[in-house]
Design a binder for this molecule. Structure first.
Ligand code: NAD
Length: 366
């Protein structure tokens, strides 16, 4: 298979972690007979330095011309970097928002997977964790409360702020379909999360999800109220496969779910539109405090590349190979600094490695 991949290395640790993901992709390419062609795309602080803006029209065109985009991270130290003296719409993050909008990326996917070897980083009790959990939070990204009309006004002498939560059946249907498609590639269970006991937008959400579910007879689905879901995530996270939800609920639940898995350096993510195109990136930021030191954890970016293979290119076997290689490396005791055992835990059989070595070890085991 021939794949055109746009690569946004970005700022801070971005170039370091993206280099390792490319190393692993190249290994997959040579082992399974695929050609991955890369186009470098400037975005974020490095684009500001080179062009004066965080994202140029040429960069958007290059992203659109790619089959998928793999990204490191953008931004710098928000207190000291000159990028943050610029007006908000000229700062590094404005580039990412503009790119998401230009590519119509309405579905955000964040897996929350607990590795046996990193169980100690999970704040939940052993009896709750059991043999671990593996879920995917699917969040609608371009509608709802964050994009509705808002205003602050004085009503009868009292300052009053209003935000509106709007969803159309079209917006709900396209994210629901995506959610059920993803479930078909996993354990075939969807938990649709809403607040249908109170909100009209949630009642419509529930109705449309039920309609979409009819096209996926193999997928089991259930509805759950968001307040209950927040509790269930810490009470019994094993019950979830795909959690499908709207923008604000997803924002909160995805952070809660990722917190129970431990390190930020392990968390991949994807943002998809209604074609096979996706933007794949680690959930963490550009970590300016450790940039250039060769110690950043590249695993989240490598796992994002695996998601790209699975969801944009339908290369499930190859994605499995990367995920197994990551598990193997952890099992063999290799750790970057952020996932080293904490004080008081045993370091027997553990070897501390840097960014490039971690990339090599994973590539070798693909
Ligand atoms: P951050 O995620 O960059 O760092 C938080 C902490 O986690 C730091 O101590 C950092 O060293 C550590 N960390 C993050 N990724 C790591 C990795 N792969 N390996 C080891 N340790 C890792 O968050 P921040 O410091 O709040 O933000 C720094 C910059 O990143 C800001 O400019 C912010 O706007 C930007 N940011 C970008 C994105 C993105 O590109 N999508 C996301 C979040 C933050």
């Amino acid at each position: 298979m021939e794949c055109q991949i746009g690569v946004i290395a970005g700022d801070g640790i971005g170039p370091e972690i993206v280099t390792e993901a490319r190393k692993v992709l190249d290994r997959v390419g040579s082992k399974y007979g695929h050609s991955f062609h890369y186009t470098d795309i400037l975005m974020g602080g490095c684009s500001i330095d080179a062009t004066g803006v965080p994202l140029t029209d040429e960069a958007i065109a290059a992203a659109k011309a790619s089959d998928a985009v793999l990204m490191g991270s953008i931004g710098g130290n928000t207190s000291t970097s000159p990028w943050y003296k610029l007006p908000p719409d000229k700062r590094p993050e404005a580039g990412l928002l503009k790119l998401r909008k230009s590519l119509n990326l309405f579905a955000n996917l964040r897996p929350a997977y607990l590795y046996e070897e990193l169980k100690a980083a999970c704040p939940l009790r052993d009896d709750i964790i059991g043999s671990g959990f593996d879920m995917m939070i699917m969040r609608e990204l371009t509608g709802g409360l964050y994009f509705g009309e808002r205003k602050t006004e004085t009503v009868d002498g009292v300052v009053t702020a209003t935000d509106t939560l709007t969803y159309s059946e079209t917006e709900i249907r396209r994210i629901a379909k995506r959610g059920f498609d993803i479930a078909m590639k996993r354990r075939k269970k969807v938990t649709s999360v809403d607040k249908a006991n109170v909100l009209d937008s949630s009642r419509l959400w529930r109705k449309i999800v039920e309609e979409v579910a009819k096209d996926y007879p193999e997928v089991t689905y259930e509805h759950m109220l968001v307040d209950n879901c927040a509790m269930q995530l810490v009470k019994d996270p094993k019950q979830f496969d795909v959690i499908l939800t709207e923008n604000m609920f997803g924002d909160i639940l995805s952070d809660e779910a990722s917190m129970v898995t431990g390190s930020i350096g392990m968390l991949s993510s994807a943002s998809l539109n209604d074609t096979k195109f996706g933007l794949y990136e680690p959930s963490g930021g550009s970590a300016p405090d450790i940039a250039g030191k060769g110690i950043a954890n590249p695993i989240a970016t490598i796992l994002s590349a695996a998601m790209m293979l699975r969801y944009s290119f339908d290369l499930d076997k190859e994605a499995d190979a990367i995920e197994s290689a990551v598990k193997q490396v952890l099992k063999e005791g290799y750790r970057t600094i952020d996932i080293m055992p904490q004080a008081g835990e045993s370091t027997e059989g553990i070897t501390k490695v840097g960014t490039a070595r971690m990339g090599d070890l994973i590539a070798e085991r693909v």
